[in-house]
Every structure is written in structure tokens, then in C-alpha cells.
Design a binder for this molecule. Structure first.
Ligand SMILES: Cc1cc2nc3c(=O)[nH]c(=O)nc-3n(C[C@H](O)[C@H](O)[C@H](O)COP(=O)(O)OP(=O)(O)OC[C@H]3O[C@@H](n4cnc5c(N)ncnc54)[C@H](O)[C@@H]3O)c2cc1C
Length: 482
């Protein structure tokens, strides 16, 4: 893992690499400037709009099949934090607004912007654990699954994203609704102890409660509006569970709201180390709702005790199918999450989400539309119990007791029908929304959705931090906002 670069070290390294003298550059307009030649020559990892490889690179940025119709002037792929700093300096000199991309999972394609530089951090996948301190430095493109593979043997865990390929970069920056998150710090970004960030000036700095406290506040939740590039985070780790046991109860779709009411009741009573989940999906037999309880414990007895209460609930007796006390582990969980043949499939995606205190009502409102989804790969994911204590010093400031996410997924070219269905669901859910999740809402479609991911105070402070940290507009703003 690289050391932290001070400004002095950076200057020395740049000198060694022959990169210290900034060449006068102009904004790119399809032509290759001397600065671009120098930059490209140094990195050999940049394509311009007129390069034959450009579209292949651009398409490779998105994790999903659908590629949004927005085109940066330049795509750069730095391999180190130092190269990130150099790329940002280059972009500033050439008046190319920058957007970073870690794993390309943002379904609205927030990293696809017209013009400017798309900074692909996919090569930054390092992790360094300090077992004595119970902390780890993680780079932004490190997958959840790969972090778990490093932590588990050392007795640690983290509120990883539910899908193994989701990397730390955007996930933590926008909040992070993670596995067993309720017991591991609440929203995942609450576990960020500090971060290293490339500023608009091109300087690489460390941000924490004492140094750059405004950026430390912003790095915990600002998401797609963060005015900098995160090159690594230092995270607080948690004790790994020895046992993960899951009980799931399957209901026909008309019983989905009842299942949600069960969840509403349980979320208040459910003990720590139990994650509540709900899924609405399509099967060959018709649409269903699954209520799932997952226990993360030190031993088998503890897990069975946690799950026993759900087996006895009256709702469980009405389930079409019961799959109780099924053992799993992070490796299996993540393998299943990336295996399209076992999961919900893979294709083009659209997503809209709400934070709500009215879970059962919102499920009731969207259930009929769900049954009519144009694609049977589409699904609704619910986290019925969200830890509602606002993290200290965090831009993450908007959430409800539950989270509802509508995922429109399709494998053919019926883009319009599936986006229209997503919009229909978003409108049906809107009356129950306290706000939205910045990582899973589309500001390009409706910019107010991004605004609703923050409290009024946080939105105002973010504007002030952006104005302070990025006076020249080096970084693109929130989708829909600049
Ligand atoms: C299959 C799947 C499963 C998911 N599961 C979960 C889940 O369980 N819980 C959850 O909370 N979310 C989940 N998400 C949503 C996920 O958190 C967001 O999609 C998030 O944006 C992904 O991070 P990323 O690094 O791929 O972001 P990217 O798509 O690479 O980037 C999105 C935006 O984040 C910003 N950004 C990214 N990296 C940096 C950086 N290093 N520095 C500065 N800005 C940066 C940029 O503005 C960029 O436009 C899931 C998404 C998918 C597709």
C-alpha cells in the first residue's frame, strides 16, 4: 500500500517523473494539445474522444448493459493516487471538469457526463489491515467481496454492500446500506475514520475530524456531489461473525403488504445482529414477496435463538414456503450475488429508491404496478430496518425507518417501456417518501430527487463546502445540478 504523499513528496516524485513543469494548455476540442500528448505519454492510459478505442473504453465504464448517452472528452485511468493527482491537475489546466468512477455501479450513470474528464479509478483496489487498531485502508475500486476475503480470516467484518461486486468508492461516499449495517455502525459511511482525497488543486491530502473537517463531513455521504477524488478510506472494522444463518418466508404478492407489516412490527423488537430484508420478485408461478431474517452471530446457538422468534410468528404460519435456519457465509453470499443464473439476472438497469416511515403503505401502493412490470427480472428490495441515528459529522442526513428500492432490470432493447415502468413506480412511492438515497436515484431525470437525499442544513453546507473547495469548478456537480 502506498504511503501518504505530502505536497513536498508529490513535487519530488513529479520532478523525478519529469512532470513538474505545467505546459500551457487549452480546453480540448477534439484536437490533441501538447499537454495531452505529455500527459498521455506519461500514463499511456488516456483516450480522447476521437481515439478509435474511445467508445470501447466508455462502454466499459458502466457495470450494467445499458450505456447512458453522455460523452466525456477524455477518459483517464490512473494507477496510483499520485497519478490521480496528476490527472486532476491536467484537467484543471485544460478546463476539463472531472468526474470520478470507482466501479461503475451507479445505475443512473452519474459518471457519464458530457464533456470533461472521466477519471476511472478501477485500478485502485488495494487494502491494508491494521489488526491491532481494528482498522483498514481501502482503495475505491476494492469490491465488497474482496474486502470480505481479506477481513474474514483476520476476524474482522464490515457492512459490505449486499452484492459482491459493489466497490467501496461510490458506495461509501453516498452512505452505504450494508450487510448487518444496523449493528455495524448504522449507515456504512459512519465507519469512515479518515480518507485521502485529491483536491481541485491537484493536492493529495488526508481528511479527518482535525484536518479538513468540512471535507471529512462531506466524504461521509455527499455521494455524487463530493468536491474531490477519494483515493482511499480508513475504516473502522467490526468483529466477524462465526455463523450466518438465514430464515426466509415466501408469500404470494397480494400478501406483500402483510409481510411488510410483519417487518414493521419486528423492526422495533428485533435484536441486534439480525438483518431484516424483503424482496418482491417474479417467478414462473407468479409474483412473490419474500421476508428474510439473517442472523450474524458468534455461534450456532445464538443464531438459532435469534431466528426462533420469526418461526413462531403468525405470519410465518401463512407462508407458501419456509426456508429456515439456512447456513451461509460472506463468500457464498457474494458468489450468489454475482451469479446471474442463481440471482435475479443481469442486463440493463434503472433504479429509484425512497426512505420511508410508512413501509406497508408504500408496498401496498406499488404492488399492482409491480405485478405488471414489463420485465420479470425487475424486483423491489426493501431494508425494513434502518439505523436512524444520524452519524456524527456526516453529510449523510436523510433517511427513514425503512428503505424501498425499485430495480427495473431487462435483457432486451425495451428501454423506454422499462424506464417508463420505473417512473410509474417512483410516482406511486413518492407520497410515502421522506427522501431518496443519493446512490440510487436519477438526478438526470429529476434533479429534485438528488436534493431530497439531504436535509436542508446538509444541502446548504454542501453548497458552501463545494464553493470553498472547488472555486474553479474543477469537478462536475450533482447529476442534474451541474
Ligand atoms: C448490483 C448492485 C448492488 C448494489 N447494492 C447496494 C447495497 O447493498 N447497498 C448500497 O448502499 N448500495 C448498493 N448499490 C448502489 C451503490 O452503492 C451505488 O451504485 C454506488 O454508486 C456504487 O459505487 P461505485 O464505486 O461503483 O460508484 P461509481 O458508479 O463508480 O460512481 C458513482 C459516482 O460516485 C462518485 N464517485 C465514485 N467514486 C468516487 C471517488 N473515488 N471519489 C470521488 N467520487 C467518486 C462519482 O460522482 C461517480 O459519478 C448497489 C448497486 C448495484 C448496481
Amino acid at each position: 500500500m502506498k504511503p501518504v504523499y505530502t505536497a513536498g513528496m508529490r513535487r519530488r516524485n513529479l520532478l523525478r517523473a519529469g512532470l513538474s513543469a505545467p505546459l500551457a494548455g487549452t480546453a480540448l476540442s477534439g484536437c490533441v494539445t501538447p499537454d495531452a500528448q505529455r500527459f498521455q505519454g506519461a500514463h499511456r492510459r488516456m483516450v480522447l474522444r476521437d481515439d478509435p478505442d474511445y467508445e470501447r473504453w466508455r462502454q466499459g465504464m458502466a457495470w450494467q448493459t445499458f450505456k447512458h448517452d453522455r460523452y466525456p472528452d477524455v477518459i483517464a485511468r490512473p494507477r496510483t493516487a499520485l497519478e490521480v493527482a496528476d490527472a486532476v491537475s491536467y484537467a484543471r489546466r485544460n478546463r476539463l471538469p472531472v468526474v470520478a468512477r470507482s466501479g461503475g455501479h451507479n445505475v443512473s450513470g452519474a459518471f457519464f457526463r458530457d464533456g470533461g474528464m472521466l477519471l476511472d479509478l478501477g485500478a485502485l483496489q488495494g487494502v491494508e489491515v491494521d489488526a491491532r487498531a481494528g482498522t483498514a485502508w481501502v482503495e475505491p475500486a476494492l469490491w465488497s467481496r474482496n474486502l470480505a476475503r481479506v477481513l474474514q480470516p483476520q476476524g474482522f467484518a464490515f457492512p459490505y454492500a449486499h452484492c459482491g461486486t459493489v466497490p467501496m468508492g461510490g458506495y461509501l461516499l453516498g452512505g452505504g446500506v450494508g450487510l448487518n449495517g444496523d449493528s455495524w455502525g448504522g449507515i456504512a459511511c459512519a465507519n469512515i475514520l479518515e480518507a485521502e482525497v485529491v483536491l481541485a488543486s491537484g493536492e493529495l491530502v488526508r481528511v479527518n475530524a482535525e484536518q479538513h473537517p468540512d471535507l471529512y463531513w462531506a466524504v461521509r455521504g455527499a455521494g455524487t456531489g463530493f468536491p474531490g477524488v477519494v483515493t482511499r478510506y480508513r475504516l473502522k472494522l467490526h468483529t466477524a461473525p462465526n455463523v450466518i444463518l438465514s430464515s426466509a418466508y415466501v408469500f404470494p404478492l397480494p400478501a406483500a403488504a402483510d409481510a411488510a407489516r410483519w417487518m414493521e412490527r419486528e423492526r422495533r423488537a428485533a435484536p441486534q445482529d439480525t438483518e431484516l430484508m424483503m424482496l418482491m420478485a417474479h417467478t414462473p408461478q407468479g409474483p412473490i414477496a419474500i421476508a428474510r431474517f439473517v442472523a450474524f452471530t458468534a455461534d450456532q446457538v445464538g443464531a438459532e435463538q435469534l431466528l426462533a422468534r420469526y418461526a413462531q410468528a403468525p405470519e410465518a404460519q401463512k407462508a407458501l414456503v419456509r426456508m429456515e435456519r439456512v447456513p451461509t457465509n460472506f463468500e457464498r453470499w457474494f458468489s450468489e450475488s454475482v451469479d446471474a443464473s442463481r440471482g435475479l439476472g443481469f442486463g440493463s438497469y434503472g433504479v429509484e429508491t425512497i426512505w420511508t416511515d410508512r413501509l406497508a403503505e408504500s408496498i401496498d401502493a406499488v404492488a399492482s404496478a409491480f405485478a405488471e412490470a414489463p420485465s420479470t427480472m425487475s424486483h423491489i428490495l426493501v431494508s425494513p430496518r434502518i439505523h436512524t441515528a444520524t452519524p456524527n459529522q456526516a453529510a449523510f442526513s436523510m433517511y427513514g425507518e425503512a428503505f424501498v428500492g425499485v430495480y427495473s432490470v431487462w435483457a432486451d432493447d425495451a428501454h423506454s417501456a422499462n424506464f417508463a415502468w420505473l417512473e410509474q413506480c417512483a410516482e406511486l412511492l413518492a407520497p410515502f417518501a421522506k427522501g431518496r438515497y443519493v446512490n440510487e436515484t436519477d438526478g438526470f431525470t429529476a434533479r429534485e430527487r438528488v436534493r431530497s437525499a439531504f436535509s436542508e442544513d446538509a444541502w446548504a453546507r454542501l453548497a458552501a463546502v463545494r464553493a470553498q473547495e472547488d472555486r474553479q469548478g474543477v469537478f462536475h456537480g450533482f447529476p442534474g445540478w451541474g
